[in-house]
Design a protein around this ligand. Structure first.
Ligand code: GLU
Length: 294
C-alpha cells in the first residue's frame, strides 16, 4: 500500500467533510497507520489555533485513525521553507510583490483586457518590472512583501515541455508552464503575513515525506497543476493523486467549518458512533444527522 497522508489546517473543528476525506486517505493507505501520515498545515499563524490542533488529533483518533508519530507540524519547519525559497530566489525564479489587494484590484480595473484565470484575474505583474535597486529600497524602508513565482523565468528554465501527472479518478493529466501562466499567473509562494504559502509547503512536504499517493478533495484538483510545476523546478518526484469528490448536503452545498453543528465533536456528543457515521457518509444518508440537529 502506498504512503499517503491527511493534511488538515487547524482553523476550526473538523466536520463531516473532513471525516469523509480522512477516511478516503485512510482507505488508500490500506487502513494502516504505518502507511498513513498526518500533517498539520498551520502556516497561517492567525487563523490556526493550538486548541483546534488538539481537537483535530482527538477527532481523528475517535474515527479510528492512527498515523506515523509524530505528526509533522508545518509551523515548526519555517526554516525548511525559507531554504527552498532561497534556492528559487538564487535561480531568479522569485520576485518581491509589494501590492496590496486593493492595488491589484485597481490595476486590473484600469486595464479591462487584464487576463482572467481559473481563480479570477491574473496578477498584472506590477512589481515584476521594478529594478533591483527599487526593490531593495522598498524592502529597506520596511514595505511588507510577498514572493511571487516568475512564470516567464519558469518557462525559460523548464522549457515548454508538457508535465504529466496521474489522478486515480480522472486519469492522466497534463499541463505546461505556459498554460499555468495563463491560468494562475505568478503565484504567491511566500505570503506577506507568513513566510511561506500552501503551494510551496505542501509540495515541499509531500516530497520530503516521500508521499506516494496524495488523496485530497477535488477542490484542490487545479492546484495540482501548479504543484506539478514546482516539482519540476525543484527536482521533486511526482506522486500519484486521488482527488475524491466532496461530501455535500441535500442541496449540493459543501460542508464547511462554519457549519458548527456538524463538527465531529458535536456529532460525538450527540451519541453517534464512528461506525454509523461512516455508514451514513458512504450511503450518503446524512439526513438523520442534519435532522437531529434542527
Ligand atoms: N491543508 C489543506 C486543507 O486543509 C489540504 C491540503 C492538501 O491536502 O493538499 O484544505
Amino acid at each position: 500500500m502506498p504512503l499517503t497522508r491527511f493534511a488538515p489546517s487547524p482553523t476550526g473543528y473538523l466536520h463531516l467533510g473532513h471525516a469523509a476525506s480522512a477516511w478516503a486517505a485512510w482507505d488508500d493507505a490500506g487502513q494502516s497507520g504505518e502507511n498513513f501520515i498526518l500533517r498539520i498545515e498551520d502556516i497561517d499563524r492567525t487563523r490556526c489555533l493550538p486548541e483546534f490542533e488538539t481537537a483535530t488529533l482527538e477527532d481523528l483518533a475517535w474515527i479510528g485513525l492512527t498515523w506515523q508519530q509524530p505528526a509533522r507540524r508545518q509551523s515548526d519547519h519555517f526554516s525548511d521553507y525559507r531554504k527552498t525559497l532561497g534556492e528559487l530566489q538564487n535561480r531568479n525564479l522569485l520576485y518581491p510583490c509589494f501590492c496590496t489587494r486593493k492595488d491589484i484590484e485597481q490595476e486590473i480595473a484600469n486595464s479591462p483586457s487584464a487576463p482572467h484565470g481559473i481563480d479570477g484575474p491574473i496578477y498584472p505583474g506590477t512589481c515584476k518590472h521594478f529594478s533591483k535597486s527599487e526593490r531593495n529600497d522598498k524592502i529597506a524602508s520596511g514595505h511588507p512583501y510577498a514572493l511571487r513565482l516568475d512564470m516567464e523565468e519558469a518557462i525559460r528554465q523548464t522549457g515548454t515541455k508538457t508535465l504529466y501527472w496521474y489522478d486515480r479518478i480522472k486519469g492522466q493529466q497534463s499541463t505546461t508552464p505556459e498554460l499555468l501562466m495563463q491560468s494562475v499567473g505568478d503565484v504567491v509562494l511566500a505570503r506577506k503575513d507568513t513566510p511561506a504559502s500552501y503551494h510551496l509547503c505542501v509540495t515541499h512536504d509531500d516530497a520530503l515525506q516521500q508521499i506516494l499517493l496524495i488523496t485530497r478533495g477535488e477542490d484542490l484538483f487545479h492546484a495540482t497543476h501548479c504543484h506539478r510545476l514546482l516539482q519540476e523546478l525543484l527536482g521533486y518526484p511526482v506522486p500519484e493523486y486521488h482527488h475524491h469528490s466532496l461530501l455535500t448536503d441535500k442541496n449540493g452545498k459543501r460542508f464547511a467549518k462554519r457549519d458548527k453543528s456538524l463538527t465531529l465533536r458535536e456529532i460525538r456528543n450527540r451519541g453517534f458512533q464512528p461506525e454509523s457515521l461512516r455508514r451514513m457518509i458512504e450511503q450518503n444518508s446524512l439526513d438523520e444527522l442534519i435532522f437531529t440537529n434542527q
